[in-house]
Write a protein that binds this ligand. Structure first.
Ligand code: PNS
Length: 164
């Protein structure tokens, strides 16, 4: 098995699509560090601490996953973790352009660090944190979209599913 890989993102909040990537990459790498970015330009719904808590509760049954946060350039963080691999999930062609740009700049910054892409399970190809927030905002059911512990955090922000 390969060594440590870093799976970075906003995770605002973690979805079942993210969890699928985490579970599958944990079978390929000895250790997967899920890293939440601190300094986003857009205003997140959840604080970094809330996002870390939701992630920790969602992966508690996967022993080789660590949950952490980072500031600044991803490549600096990956080096600091002594990792050589970045993991990203690809859902649809629409993800490709941004991911190509990000992987290219990261390779330019450090050619020793590789980006590995994993195709998101078809079942989750439509899913994103933004879609989840949109659904939760209108008090629709999110339980098939996010890991079980996350539903309670969404209900806390937006109120419970109105169909129950
Ligand atoms: O979940 P997201 O929002 O698609 O994740 C994007 C993320 C956090 C991977 C990307 O914005 C990032 O790596 N930001 C850190 C700053 C950086 O290193 N930028 C250069 C590569 S895009």
């Amino acid at each position: 098995m390969a060594e440590t890989a870093v799976y970075p993102g906003s995770f605002d909040p973690v979805t079942n699509g993210h969890l699928d990537i985490i579970e599958r990459s944990a079978k390929v790498f000895n250790k997967v560090v899920v890293a939440v970015l601190h300094n986003r330009n857009k205003e997140p719904l959840f604080s970094v601490d809330e996002r870390l808590t939701m992630l920790r509760e969602s992966v508690e049954n996967i022993p080789n996953v660590e949950i952490d946060s980072f500031n600044g350039l991803l490549i600096d963080y990956v080096r600091q973790k002594q990792a050589k691999t970045i993991i990203r999930g690809l859902r649809a062609v629409s993800d490709f352009e941004y991911e190509l740009q990000a992987a290219s700049i990261n390779r330019k910054l450090d050619p020793e660090i590789e980006t590995f892409f994993m195709m998101t399970n078809n079942q989750y190809s439509y899913l994103s944190s933004s879609i989840v927030k949109e659904v939760a905002k209108y008090e629709a059911d999110v339980k098939e979209l996010v890991p079980t512990p996350v539903t309670a955090y969404l209900y806390e922000k937006y109120g419970p599913f109105s169909g129950e």
